[in-house]
Design a protein around this ligand. Sequence first.
Ligand code: CP
Length: 297
Amino acid sequence: MKHFISIQSIPRESIDKLLDRAEQIARHRPTGRPLSEKILGLLFFEPSTRTRMSFESSMLRLGGQCLNLGGAESSVMKGETLADTIRVVDGYVDAIVLRHPRIGAAQLSTEFSSVPIINAGDGAGQHPSQTLIDLYTIRQSFPLDGLDVGLLGDLHYGRTTHSLAYALAKYGVTIHTISPKGLGFPLSVKRSLTRFGACVVEHESIKEALPHLDVLYVTRIQRERFPDPASHYDTLHSYRITPELLSNAQKHLIVLHPLPRIDEIDPGVDVLPHAKYFEQAKNGIPVRMALLLGVMK
Ligand code: CP
């Protein structure tokens, strides 16, 4: 694997191998310092807590080092292009983790980089390393094949749901979508899912979908991506997962969320056995360790 840009271009067998390796890492941390000669560049042109810190922590645990570049302190503020930034950083590091507000930024960067590029979120495009974490967390509870997975929230701008849906299609999962009006999957995502032969069922409400689900994947409204900042107000508070609502779910249902959460999951859910989202965030370490070994070793 050279670059890690989009989940649909990675065969299911390679995904399974990465997840198996992450499981091994979680059981037995790699001995020695397998990436001790390597430097990872973290280029984040959007805010991040989990992705940035877990990539850095993973690299340090593998004996490597990190160089951090936040968009606000970079020469992009002086007008430097992404292409030139990548060309230059390419000479300083052995792999680049890139988060950028534009769809396609990671793919574009591969044209200017001789070192691997890892897409850490490209606008409303994809977030493929989050998808590995999501699959890994689901696998801790059930085999992936043939599950019923609900995707709830802002499916239009929510990049984690796009890459997760593409991945789930490889496992014969039935994807149940529940979103506020106007925030369903973009046409491009719908078309790709159809091309991949994905089974997608659209629901009017979470109440209608919930009894069918093995996994409920909740996302926030991506208000920073709305063209008119005021236009997201109508969608706010239009869905909320509560302990009362979950009393209608199957006993084995697990609730995931890529985080950050705003108010779409009531904190009362955190203590229920359904809640797996903090474990999911923690799983970022073995999964990203496996990914870094995959691209740099
Ligand atoms: N899940 C996720 O991408 O979180 P951050 O935006 O905090 O990195």
